[in-house]
Design a binder for this molecule. Structure first.
Ligand code: RB5
Length: 143
């Protein structure tokens, strides 16, 4: 599975920790930036990710800003993107099963590293249910 990760300055530290953590697990996260703690604009970071996801360069992505809010708003304005803020284990599972979410979002200044890893591990290993009602609703999102 190809996974990309991107963050603004508010999520930079969490992004670096996740890249290191998953590298040790043998899971490579492709880093789309930002590459320092210097202030940058989360919509631009979100769009780097959404462009890559829509081009099918990656199967899923992780986006991080300070709260998780700004970067998820930016990503979700793009047709075909379903970005979900993961705030508990059930949500991490259900957003894959029901929404076929293609981007996991975190608040780098709001969530602990351990929680982020726990939720993302559930997200990345859970498949979309492919039930008719969920396919229909996802289709409605893009109309
Ligand atoms: C940056 O200071 C902060 O506004 C940004 O990371 C994010 O939290 C916006 O929603």
């Amino acid at each position: 599975m190809n996974i990309a990760i991107a963050a603004d300055h508010g999520g930079f530290e969490m992004k670096q920790k996740l890249i290191n953590h998953y590298e040790k697990q043998g899971v490579s996260l492709v880093d789309l930036g930002t590459h320092s703690e210097e202030s940058c604009d989360y919509p631009k970071i979100a769009h780097k990710m959404t462009d890559a996801i829509l081009k099918k360069e990656f199967d899923m992505g992780i986006l991080i800003c300070g709260t998780g809010i700004g970067i998820s708003i930016a990503a979700n304005r793009v047709k075909g993107i379903r970005a979900a803020i993961l705030y508990n284990e059930q949500v991490a599972r259900l957003t894959r099963e029901h929404n076929d979410a293609n981007i996991a979002v975190f608040g780098g200044r709001m969530q602990s590293f351990d929680d982020v890893v726990k939720y993302f591990d559930i997200f990345r290993t859970t498949k979309f249910s492919e039930e008719n009602r969920h396919c229909r609703r996802i289709g409605e999102l893009d109309r």
